[in-house]
Ligand binder design. Sequence first.
Ligand code: CA
Length: 199
Amino acid sequence: MTARGPVAATGRRTAAAALAALALSLVPTGLAALPLWADGNGDGLPDPTDGVSLSERSALVTVDVWIDSQSFVWTNFQVWLEHPTALGYENGVYIVSGGNAFPVDDFTRSKLIGLGGFGYLGGRHGVTHLARLAFHKIRAEREGVSFLIDPSDSNDTFSTLGTPTGYFLFDRAIGTSWSTPGRLETDETPWRRIKGLYE
Ligand SMILES: [Ca+2]
């Protein structure tokens, strides 16, 4: 009887290792880098590294979530984004159709937004517009959203594309950010400067 504990533990480790090996074996070499990106200025493309500049101090900003799975055909997905407190979640809608999408999850973890869906029969591949999210920006400072893609993320969740028999990880993701030029909050500074020229 004393040997059953270690044997059982070894068995669980073996099963876990087998699952991990299976997941890895399902990842074709050419698809290791699946892009996942946030578009904060509506052009459908990843934003500049210094983010998007807004003209209002307090603003509702929208971000589109895009993926490019290349030739990998998926039937389910989950995508997690992180946002700071100063960028409060307002609402979200799915753009992708043809499957069953879960409610946008803004309740499981603070400062995390989860998107997910399954049953995309026939599968999807290539570039897909997943969703559009809105956040309320309450500070002029640069604030942004980023993606959780690391399986060992401290939040215990991460983004994947899946099939009934396995899943793919994103090894690259591009978030976005918004900043508001503080001088546009009021016209006092330029007005004083102009007045100074004539006084
Ligand atoms: Ca963009």
